[in-house]
Design a protein around this ligand. Structure first.
Ligand SMILES: *[C@@H]1O[C@H](CO)[C@@H](O)[C@H](O)[C@H]1NC(C)=O
Ligand SMILES: *[C@@H]1O[C@H](CO)[C@@H](O)[C@H](O)[C@H]1NC(C)=O
Ligand SMILES: *[C@@H]1O[C@H](CO)[C@@H](O)[C@H](O)[C@H]1NC(C)=O
Ligand SMILES: *[C@@H]1O[C@H](CO)[C@@H](O)[C@H](O)[C@H]1NC(C)=O
Ligand SMILES: *[C@@H]1O[C@H](CO)[C@@H](O)[C@H](O)[C@H]1NC(C)=O
Ligand SMILES: *[C@@H]1O[C@H](CO)[C@@H](O)[C@H](O)[C@H]1NC(C)=O
Length: 929
């Protein structure tokens, strides 16, 4: 600020830059108005960082100057040669100069020199918003040594002539955007070019002769509505092209590696030896894509934006042995063509976006795909279809993106209940590092992600429906992991008292939580009893939680950790809250307020309710009774009632422990019979908050009472004693009622719900709901044995599921597997060599195994057939990993062991309600075997 003021003054006073003291020289701005130009023409107004503000003929102009760049705009009507533009104070080396809206003068170099730009170091020149290129004889590069020249016109389409570039002998990069180049200039492009962009929109012809000269050209970019022919084969060194044009033929050179075609060009098929590695086709029809794949055997990456929606994907792409990376966008595919995956054994990254698929490509689930990255964004997947991942052999998968599938919902097992042992469909993806579930309508974090995905380091859950975080959600077994939770309606972070105590001593959470600005500006947190223990932990040890959560705010804007803990309450319903009262629970205690409720007896408080403060002021209590008040009551307010407090026991019960009391406004009987009670009150007076206002019924302050004066006063009447006894009886009846079994149950329910969290109930497949007693999984070769087994078990009324008999035709096989396994109480696996060789059979096994592990119930029954040639002693070692664990941990039967049938029948349960006769179809089918 002072700097600006000083210079303002100097400029206004007509300082001419010559006579200045050394001291002030430090302050000379690097950019200034030319000397001898008056302030109405050019005025320096100050600078900030790399921006220098000038006023040129009254118009504000910003000039940018940093270590490597200098950017100047010519306001309308002012040009380089006018001599009023700001210039460097000293000759300055800037490699990059950008001029915007400046018409180049006949000689550009002197104009730049006038700005004090050092010409020897200038290599990159960009002219933006070029109004015109005046003379045919203009030579842009004359006296300059440019390697990059970029000309951009927004309108007017200035034309570049042969002479314009004649001195650009060292030019490496030329970019023409909206600037037309005539044929003569095209044929005389500098041979030093390595990068060329011709994006005028109207290039008609690309003569082979022009390209032939450019022997070191590596990258060519063309955007034109008219170009039909792209004879690229002549540009022998070309590596990368980007063309948007309605081409009808395209020849390519052997060195070409990266090709991006859009517009009509995407429909053209290449002619020439194709060594293209990376191909992007924008709006390509399927037959063109097929042709490219067929002619370019080296293709590693194909990105395909479909031309037409709906039908794409039906045509099998030809086998592509080298294809590693396949991206297909915007085709609304309803199914991924299986041949795409089968024909691409090297595929490591598959990305499908904007499709109508409701199921995962099933080939992913059975063939051993070496996939490392799978993205299925904006498709129409649902929770059931993703369940199929349970049986997928995607053991290499590092990155899974299922974002923007709004009907996905929660992937955790255990239905809508929170089951800490449940596993999500992703539990087998043990190599997973990045999991993206943005916009999937998720409401929680699945426990197995924290526990069973050891390599996970990024979990993207933005734009979801997560409203509740629990302490467990912050405990990750991984070394470091980031959970993005921006744009979730976060309402609570719930800890229990125990978790609070643990948080004070245990190492801080290793998870890094990401929230966005909006979560802080418009907090959705419910600052009530649910966050009590979390807030308590933040207050006592802010560093234990991820910083983003430690910075959470309540809707009023105060930091959660600065909110008074006693304000974090929830209302307690009645019962357990006594009817006339209002109860507010924090995370550890309840305060009960029954003031002005016309009570004539102390309401009963269930012992489960951890009451700390009880306000009974302004009622009609005549006795407190000797019934135990809540043990941990710290404040009892019985002021402004009709208490006489004659009975010592009653007073002692009220004063119990170190509790505070308020008793003013009661007609205390200061008489002889009450002397012991009075003495107790006086002894406890430091704990009686309103002691200075406590009076006898006759108005005498008790604090002022003389000891011994009491026994001079009249005694209680017998009538009053009777009344009190009646009241006490009524009170006890109410107490009995309120603590009846039903009330206690409600109380328990309430407390548990408040303090412990949502219901925990493992989801069980109820035997009643099972459709089958057993699903038999076998390889086709073993159909005979399967039929024999089915006939035997079904003859006793069991219902069995055999795939060739019981599956609906046309449904997705992976879904049928999952459903059959789930709907059956057992899965019997007939293990043979053929079984081990069958991808489908193994998928069936994996589904059953996943379910067995998830439910921790004996579901899987292995039957080793004589056709399994592996010696039994080395069986476990010879099997694939899952199977060998199953063999090691499950009981199995040998088909030809002596008591096989007996043991089998014992292992497969009978239906609960015995089925009189198996339905007709089944028995008919069974007879076929
Ligand atoms: C132009 O620049 C190149 C390298 O950038 C240099 O070798 C050459 O001498 C320069 N020529 C002139 C005339 O400055
Ligand atoms: C081709 O594309 C790949 C990846 O997109 C890139 O790494 C490579 O540098 C490109 N090659 C050329 C010559 O542009
Ligand atoms: C390119 O297509 C045009 C028709 O659009 C045809 O006349 C010409 O012969 C083709 N050029 C080559 C090299 O095939
Ligand atoms: C492919 O290019 C060769 C020359 O490179 C030409 O003779 C032939 O006609 C072209 N074929 C097509 C279908 O364009
Ligand atoms: C692709 O199909 C369209 C019509 O569907 C046809 O006009 C075009 O010639 C085909 N292109 C090739 C390369 O087969
Ligand atoms: C998101 O889930 C809720 C239930 O949790 C459901 O009511 C809603 O319809 C779901 N939204 C979408 C788009 O599926």
């Amino acid at each position: 600020m002072p700097k600006v003021a000083v210079w303002w003054c100097l400029i206004v006073c007509g300082w001419n830059g010559g006579a200045t003291s050394h001291e002030l020289k430090e302050d000379i701005p690097v950019l200034q108005c030319p000397p001898n130009v008056n302030a109405s023409q050019c005025l320096y107004k100050g600078h900030q960082a790399d921006e220098f503000l000038f006023s040129l003929q009254g118009k504000d102009v910003t000039v940018k100057y940093g270590a490597k760049h200098f950017k100047l705009s010519c306001p309308q009507g002012i040009n380089l040669e006018d001599g009023i533009l700001p210039a460097f104070a000293h000759p300055t080396a800037v490699p990059t100069v950008t001029l915007k809206g400046c018409t180049p003068p006949a000689a550009l170099a002197p104009a730049l020199a006038a700005l004090n730009v050092s010409l020897t170091t200038l290599t990159d020149l960009t002219l933006r918003a070029l109004p015109a290129l005046p003379a045919e004889t203009l030579s842009l590069c004359s006296s300059l040594n440019l390697t990059l020249l970029e000309l951009e016109a927004v309108r007017g389409r200035p034309t570049l002539f042969a002479d314009t570039l004649k001195d650009c002998t060292g030019l490496v990069t030329l970019r023409l955007m909206g600037v037309i180049i005539n044929l003569a200039a095209l044929n005389l492009l500098p041979v030093s070019l390595k990068q060329l962009a011709l994006c005028s929109g109207s290039l008609e012809e690309l003569p082979p002769t022009a390209l032939q000269r450019l022997t070191i050209l590596e990258r060519l970019e063309i955007q034109s509505d008219r170009l039909r022919n792209a004879p690229l084969a002549v540009a022998t060194n070309l590596r990368a092209v980007v063309i948007r044009a309605p081409l009808s033929n395209l020849t390519i050179a052997a060195k070409l590696e990266n090709v991006t075609l859009s517009g009509g060009a995407a429909a053209v098929v290449p002619n020439g030896t194709c060594n293209v590695r990376s191909l992007r086709l924008g709006g390509a029809p399927e037959n063109a894509t097929t042709e490219w794949l067929r002619s370019c055997g080296q293709l590693k990456a194909l990105t395909w934006y479909c031309a037409a929606r709906g039908t794409a994907g039906r045509i099998p792409l030809p086998p592509a042995a080298s294809l590693e990376n396949l991206r297909v966008y915007r085709c609304r595919l309803d199914l991924v063509n299986e041949a795409w995956l089968r024909g691409a054994p090297a595929l490591s990254s598959l990305e499908l976006m904007d499709h109508a698929a409701t199921a995962l490509p099933r080939e992913l689930l059975v063939w051993n795909v070496a996939l490392r990255s799978l993205s299925l964004r904006s498709t129409e997947l649902n929770r059931e279809s993703v369940r199929a991942l349970e049986i997928a052999e995607l053991l290499q998968l590092r990155e899974l993106d299922l974002s923007d599938n709004p009907s996905l919902g929660d992937l955790c097992g255990g239905g809508s209940n929170v089951d800490v042992n449940a596993v999500s469909a992703l539990v087998r993806l043990r190599a997973l590092r990045v999991l993206k579930l943005r916009g999937t309508n998720a409401t929680r974090l699945c426990p197995d992600w924290r526990r069973d995905l050891p390599a996970l380091n990024l979990l993207d859950l933005r734009k979801n429906n997560i409203s509740r975080l629990q302490e467990e959600d912050l405990q990750w077994s991984q070394e470091s992991v980031t959970v993005e939770l921006c744009d979730n309606p976060l309402e609570t972070v719930s800890y229990s008292g125990e978790q609070y105590r643990a948080a004070l001593v245990e190492p801080p959470s290793r998870v890094n939580v990401g929230l966005c600005k909006n979560d802080i500006l418009a907090p959705t947190l419910r600052c009530d009893c649910d966050v009590y223990w979390f807030a308590h932990a933040l207050r006592d040890r802010p560093g234990h939680a991820p910083p983003a959560l430690a910075a959470l705010r309540c809707p009023g804007g105060t930091l959660l950790r600065d909110t008074p803990l006693e304000d974090l309450t929830c209302p307690v319903p009645a019962p357990p809250c006594p009817h006339a009262c209002r109860c507010a629970a924090t995370g550890e205690a309840v305060s009960v307020s029954c003031n002005r409720a016309e009570l004539d007896a102390v309401p009963s408080l269930p012992s489960e309710l951890p009451v700390r403060t009880l306000d009974l002021s302004h009622n009609a209590l005549t006795r407190l009774g000797t019934v135990a008040l809540p043990a941990n009551l710290t404040l009892l307010d019985v002021s402004h009632n009709r208490l006489q407090l004659v009975d010592l026991e009653e007073v002692e019960a009220a004063l119990n422990a170190s509790r505070l009391l308020r008793i003013a406004g009661n007609p205390l009987r200061c008489e002889c019979a009450a002397r012991e009670a009075m003495a107790a009150l006086i002894a406890a007076s430091p704990r009686i908050e309103d002691w200075s206002q406590v009076r006898c019924s006759d108005g005498v302050l008790i604090a002022a009472l003389q000891p011994g004066a009491l026994c001079a006063r009249p005694a209680l009447t017998a009538a009053l004693v009777t009344l009190l006894a009646a009241t006490a009886f009524a009170m006890m009846s109410i107490a009995v009622f309120l603590t009846s079994r039903r009330a206690r149950k409600r109380i328990k329910w309430f407390l548990w719900w408040r303090w412990r969290g949502a219901e925990i109930e493992a989801e069980e497949v109820d035997a009643k709901d099972a459709r089958y007693e057993a699903f038999v999984s076998f390889a086709t070769n073993e159909a005979g044995r399967a039929a024999k087994l089915a006939a035997r078990l079904e003859s006793q009324g069991r219902r069995l599921c055999l795939h060739h008999r019981d599956w609906a035709p046309g449904e997705l096989i992976t879904e049928q597997i999952a459903r059959s396994v789930r709907d059956s109480r057992r899965t019997i696996v007939l293990l043979s060599d053929a079984f081990l060789d069958s991808a489908w059979a193994r998928a069936e096994f994996r589904a059953a195994w996943a379910l067995t592990q998830r439910e921790r119930k004996p579901r899987l029954l292995l039957v080793l057939l004589p056709e399994l040639t592996v010696p039994r002693s080395t069986l476990a070692a010879a099997l694939p990993a899952d199977l060998s664990v199953a063999v090691a941990t499950c009981t199995y039967l040998e088909w030809d062991e002596p008591r096989f049938w007996e043991r089998l029948e014992r292992a497969v349960p009978l239906p609960l309600v015995s089925v009189a006769s198996p339905d007709e179809n089944a028995s008919k089918d069974a007879q076929r075997y």
